[in-house]
Design a protein around this ligand. Structure first.
Ligand SMILES: [Zn+2]
Length: 373
């Protein structure tokens, strides 16, 4: 399969990765910066121009990673799991598995990124001043890094969703009104306003002859609008599903397979006729030994299927993720997302009372949305 991200490292359990689209912005930044240095300092050699631009660009992207780490470390400290930091064409994003439950958490997670950028701007500014008499490319690069980090901090504080400022706004409204719904609506409306404002700015730039700059602003506006709308839909979904529990989403008919059954018999006689991708292993729902899925079967050579028992390839019950019948719908979705699961049994006191499958869950969610308008 074509991989669109490249993992560049790990930090405190967070995967640091670069999306393929990032190469576009990196190349663009490198060329515009080189051209800028060349125009401003014609006495610099070509090698000096290129190396300075390259080092500066890499330090700039490290600054973006630091900004996202700011969000991530505060999030982790406040109990929100962060899986990855991804650099892509419009900057960086820390991938969190859920939204914070409290206004305070939302506020500090959101503000941490811009604080890091402000601190970096200050540090680079001081270094630029301290090195002003040095070999010229050094203070020039440091000065550029101070300015760009300041711009990153300020741009991100624009109070429109999904920018950090939009999250800060949401947290403040949430705290003041104690009404998360109102907070979501405010952040959503301000996000749309910011995106439309940027569209207007883009048109104005293009009309003034700045075609490339205008187009770039338009792309950012389009991206922000999409993100705002996606986030708005997600909040709506959470609101509508507020009273829905795991037991409402589960199907009672739990697919079971005996531990001694061969993988071959299971695949051809159980999986194919039923169209189900996973089965619980055991003789009855009160005595479950584990869960076996198609992805477990794929790890076994086809020639071994007749001689392998499902018990040998299953995930044993001790390691199995499960939910209680009273778990909230969004907790179930979060569990599926956090662990990349396609199904999860509903269990209480070691007894399985039902089964939630991702596809069925999404269908049920749709139906709930139709009914609870
Ligand atoms: Zn940020």
């Amino acid at each position: 399969m074509f991989k669109s991200v490249l993992v560049i490292g790990h930090f405190r359990g967070i995967r640091l990765e670069v999306h393929i689209s990032w190469l576009i912005i990196f190349a663009l930044l490198l060329t515009t910066m080189s051209a800028g240095f060349h125009n401003q300092y014609p006495e610099w050699s070509l090698a000096t121009v290129v190396v300075t631009a390259l080092v500066t660009a890499l330090l700039f992207f490290s600054s973006i990673v630091a900004h996202e780490l700011g969000h991530s470390l505060v999030a982790i400290r406040r109990g929100v799991l962060v899986t990855a930091i991804t650099l892509f064409i419009f900057g960086g994003v820390a991938q969190m598995t859920r939204d914070p439950d409290r206004a305070d958490d939302e506020f500090w997670i959101a503000i941490a990124g811009p604080i890091v950028s402000f601190l970096l701007a200050g540090a680079f500014g001081l270094l630029a001043a301290a090195t002003s008499g040095w070999y010229q490319p050094v203070p020039v690069a440091l000065g550029w890094l101070a300015t760009i980090n300041l711009m990153v901090a300020i741009f991100n504080l624009i109070p429109g969703f999904p920018l950090d400022g939009g999250r800060v706004l949401r947290a403040v409204v949430w705290k003041l009104t104690r009404n998360p719904r109102k907070a979501n609506e405010t952040a959503f409306a301000s996000g749309k306003l910011v995106a439309y404002g940027l569209f207007a700015l883009a048109v104005w730039n293009m009309a003034a002859g700045n075609l490339v700059g205008g187009l770039w602003i338009m792309l950012i506006a389009w991206f922000l609008l999409n993100m705002t709308q996606a986030q708005g839909r997600m909040y709506l979904l959470r609101e509508r599903l507020a009273g829905v529990r795991a037991r409402d989403l589960a199907e009672a008919d739990v697919p079971l397979v005996a531990a001694q059954r061969s993988v071959e018999a299971w695949l051809y006689q159980d999986v194919l006729p039923s169209g189900r991708r996973a089965f619980l292993v055991g003789s009855d729902p009160a005595h479950i030994e584990g869960l076996v899925s198609l992805s477990d079967a794929r790890r076994v050579e086809q020639s071994q299927w007749p001689d392998t028992r499902v018990a040998e390839i299953m995930t044993p019950v001790a390691k199995l993720h499960h939910v209680a019948p009273g778990a909230k719908a969004d907790e179930v979705l979060q569990l599926l997302n956090e662990h990349g699961l396609n199904q999860v049994p509903v269990m209480e006191n070691g007894r399985v009372s039902g089964w939630i499958d991702r596809q069925r869950l999404l269908r049920t969610v749709e139906i709930h949305l139709e009914v609870n308008r």
